[in-house]
Write a protein that binds this ligand. Structure first.
Ligand code: HAM
Length: 415
């Protein structure tokens, strides 16, 4: 679990602002959800035999003896909230949420026990058009952030019935090859055989390659849905790879699933993942409601921005106000408020706590400010200020109190 320190938070804000602009541009509305839910909710939605539920949840009994869990993801909570507040009756919903999620995983680069997701969920739309919209939205996010090189992988898991049939075929085939399975896969053969296809064990790869493939067992409806989706992606010129082994680690998916993967982050290369979960609302006690969504990992996106040296907008002050002498401090503090009132875009950092000119200029430099604006007793009595560039060799300027506002209004990003 990481602290996000002052030097890092502006990159987070930039990322969050940019992503928020994109989801809002597609007409999605924010939903804010609690960090805790009843444990039962995650067991019933994510699935009893998934890694998340089996070994990664932070679960405890509260004072009433109810079992609660820190949310490991947002989809289950979002569905629960929509059902509880009647948001799914005869209407469609396009929703998004963001915040921390908790999984007790083995920590490594790009994998944390508290991490942050931005998630999107769309309810009540069954066609491949909404699948395409959701995927276009993720591509738009990368474009706005200046990220290239992530690969879009897609697959269809079919309807629950088709998957059950495939599961039987796969289990029968794997049983014939049981001697070649590693321990983990042998365990999964009972509980969650599809996840065997996801194994990263190099010794298992040739066996997995040879196993029956899910796309060969797809039902007609899922096949048509998937091919229409591919057609929409093709028409938009979005490049993707159909990965028949993409199965996802949560149980609620059906039909379309997708992941955006990069090779720039080492082992934890999935920056965004999601898919359709048409059966989940009903499974949790609601009316049958189709749904699709995704979540992206903010830590991984930030690491990718850094790896690509994407330049983030500055959040340093435009101006550091150097204040000296009794009159200088008094008049300077009042002027600072006037400037903040008339120039809302101005980032102005006032020196507080006195200090020599030398030490104030040191602080000004450390703050990252572009300019120092100096008001000492001399300046105060003459009704002027000095504007000194801190990052260029440009000349300093003497400005009257009246002129300061106009001069600062002309700085990039102020108005
Ligand atoms: P997920 O694949 O478990 O899906 O997580 C989505 C993304 O969250 C991952 O691709 C990754 O970027 C990030 N992530 C997951 N675990 C960690 C971790 N331990 N540390 C850092 N980042 C992590 C879901 O959570 C689904 N709820 C997505 C969804 C929404 N499907 C439909 N709607």
């Amino acid at each position: 679990m990481n602290d996000i320190l002052p030097g890092e938070s502006s990159a987070w804000q930039y990322l969050e602002d940019t992503l928020r602009d994109v989801v809002q541009a597609y007409g999605y509305q924010e939903i804010r959800l609690p960090l805790l839910e009843k444990t039962e909710l995650f067991k019933r939605s994510i699935g009893e035999v998934t890694d998340i539920v089996e070994k990664e949840m932070y679960t405890f009994d509260d004072r009433n003896g109810d079992s609660l869990t820190l949310r490991p993801e947002g989809t289950a909570s979002c569905v629960r909230a929509c059902m509880e507040h009647g948001l799914l009756h005869n209407q469609v919903q396009r929703l998004w949420y963001a915040g921390p999620m908790f999984r007790h995983e083995r920590p490594q680069k790009g994998r944390y026990r508290q991490f942050h997701q931005l998630g999107v969920e769309a309810f009540g739309m069954s066609g491949p058009d909404i699948d395409a919209e959701i995927i276009f939205m993720t591509a738009r996010m990368w474009q706005r952030l200046g990220l290239q090189d992530a690969e879009l992988q897609i697959n269809s898991l079919g309807t629950a019935a088709a998957r059950a049939e495939y599961r039987m075929v796969l289990v029968a085939w794997l049983r014939e090859h049981e001697a070649e399975l590693d321990e983990d896969s042998r365990r999964r053969l009972q509980s969650n055989p599809l996840r065997i296809l996801d194994s990263k064990n190099p010794d298992m790869q040739s066996l997995i390659e040879a196993a029956p493939k899910l796309p060969d067992y797809l039902d007609e409806e899922s096949r048509a849905h998937f091919s229409e989706l591919c057609d929409l992606l093709d028409r938009a010129g979005l490049v993707y790879r159909v990965n028949p082994r993409l199965v996802r680690g949560l149980d609620y998916y059906s039909k379309t699933v997708f992941e955006w993967v990069t090779d720039q982050l080492g082992a934890q290369g999935t920056i965004c993942a999601g898919g359709r979960y048409d059966g989940l609302v009903e499974q949790l006690g609601g009316k049958p409601t189709t749904a699709i969504g995704f979540a992206l990992g903010l830590e991984r996106l930030l690491a990718l921005l850094e790896a690509g040296a994407v330049e983030l907008p500055s959040s340093s002050p435009h101006v550091y106000l150097v204040l000296n002498g009794e009159q200088g401090v008094r008049e300077g503090m009042v002027l600072a408020e006037k400037l903040r009132a008339s120039l809302p875009g101005l980032r102005l950092l006032s020196n507080c706590g006195n200090g020599s000119f030398k030490s104030q200029f040191k602080r000004a430099d450390k703050s990252g400010a572009e300019y120092a604006l100096v008001m000492g007793d001399d300046e105060a009595s003459q009704g002027v200020l000095m504007l000194k560039p801190l990052r260029s060799k440009a000349e300093q300027e003497v400005l009257s109190v009246q002129d300061v506002e106009n001069r600062l209004a002309g700085l990039p990003g102020v108005s």
